[in-house]
Ligand binder design. Structure first.
Ligand SMILES: [Zn+2]
Ligand SMILES: [Zn+2]
Length: 410
């Protein structure tokens, strides 16, 4: 009995998932193949940045030229699972036609909107409603803030319509193109590698460093490329306020390791640099999130390190990084923009010559995971972290959510 229910549910959900994948692939193709883009362009002509339609005529035309053919493709390809399971005489194969019924609702929605049936758009077109964004872009499900970025951040990203799966697989769940990305700890090994990877991904990197040396340059294809460099000091974070206004993504990557020290000075220094200066910069950055666009395009990434859950052979490094990790979990409950955590294992650097991973490889994996939309980015060779961190993060998140009060920021 239970196995019958599981079979039926799997066929139904699987056929719906198939239709969603078809829609998202068709959408992505529309942005890469001119004949399809000619039809799809109507959809992009419709909306102003506040999602109000430019005109009723263009709004309705867009449904005939874009939504209708898209729904027809979904309906046609939805017949594949039903036919395959029927031919194979699979038990309960009729459930696989569920995807076709699902696709049919989109076809009806497109026709009613194209025909201008009253309230059809309110009921069937929920990702294009106007108004303030009251949630962050969805992680697994597409919502208004998520889809807005497809129209006004980068049309060659954020293709997904309902589930973000296709974007996650294609690495289009986050676009870095044209974004100003500031990296702290920029003169370190990982900082330099991140600047390089960000540049290669179309971002405009800015280096934040506490060392008073000359400006930072990264090597791209054998050429030295100067990067805009700003010097700052721990405890003087407020001086960065103006600069942070124009930053889209802030990557908090600085830190110190006092190794085996345990003096009061070492304790103070570890917490000041690793915990509180990062937290102060994060809070300062959050104050720059003001508009609808900021809420969906600004982000903070915090390198809390694998020391959140694993030994780092340096007690004060672990303590201060764990404090930061927990405070980020607490504050991101109310954050007005996406906050990602970077959980990194030891990599080869001047401070750690025996690290197994290279800074370039780690930076590459961070960017890849961010583009896949991961909110917790784990890059390590230690398999235990992949089990421990998600468990720890979930229970700490749950505990903080239950026993602390919501602060209205958005
Ligand atoms: Zn749209
Ligand atoms: Zn599009």
């Amino acid at each position: 009995m239970l196995s019958d229910i599981i079979t039926m549910t799997s066929l139904l959900l699987g056929s719906i998932l198939w239709v969603e994948i078809v829609r998202d692939c068709y959408h992505a193709l529309s942005h890469h193949w001119i004949p399809l883009y000619r039809l799809h362009a109507w959809h992009h002509r419709v909306f102003r940045p506040d999602l109000s339609p430019v005109s009723e005529e263009i709004y309705r035309k867009a449904h005939w030229y874009n939504d209708l053919p898209e729904a027809l493709v979904m309906l046609t390809l939805s017949l594949i699972p039903g036919t395959v399971f029927f031919v194979e005489s699979f038990p309960y194969s009729w459930m696989a036609w569920g995807g076709s019924i699902y696709a049919l609702t989109f076809l009806i929605g497109a026709i009613t909107r194209g025909a201008g049936v009253p309230y059809a758009d309110e009921l069937t077109d929920i990702t294009h409603r106007q108004g303030e964004f009251v949630t962050l872009p969805g992680n697994w499900f597409v919502n208004r803030p998520y889809h807005w970025r497809h129209h006004f951040d980068n049309q060659k990203a954020y293709y997904s319509g309902t589930l973000t799966l296709v974007d996650k697989l294609m690495g289009t769940a986050l676009s870095l193109k044209g974004k100003t990305v500031a990296v702290t700890g920029a003169s370190g090994t990982l900082g330099q590698s991140l600047l390089k990877q960000l540049y290669s991904n179309g971002a405009i990197p800015i280096a934040f460093t506490t060392s008073q040396s000359q400006s930072i340059a990264v090597e791209i294809e054998g050429k030295k490329l100067p990067i805009k460099t700003l010097t700052w000091q721990v405890d003087q974070e407020l001086e960065l306020t103006d600069e942070l206004e124009s930053v889209d993504i802030l990557i908090l990557n600085h830190g110190i390791n006092v190794h085996h020290e345990r003096t009061p000075e070492a304790i103070n220094k570890s917490y000041e640099v690793n915990t509180f200066s990062s937290l102060r910069l994060m809070e300062l950055f959050i104050t720059t999130v003001k508009t609808n666009k900021d809420r969906v395009c600004k982000e903070v990434w915090v390198n809390t390190s694998e020391a959140e859950v694993c030994p780092a052979v340096s007690p004060l490094y672990e303590l201060s990084k764990r404090a930061l990790g927990n405070l980020v979990t607490l504050r991101r409950l109310d954050a007005p923009c996406v906050v990602r955590k970077l959980i990194l294992g030891p990599f080869k650097s001047n401070l750690n010559p025996i690290g197994l991973m290279s800074g370039d490889w780690v930076a590459k994996q961070i960017i890849k995971a961010a583009k896949a939309g991961n909110r917790n980015i784990i890059v390590t060779v230690n398999p235990i972290t992949f089990i421990l961190f998600p468990l720890k993060e979930f229970f700490v998140f749950l505990y903080f959510k239950l026993f602390s009060r919501k602060v209205k920021i958005i």
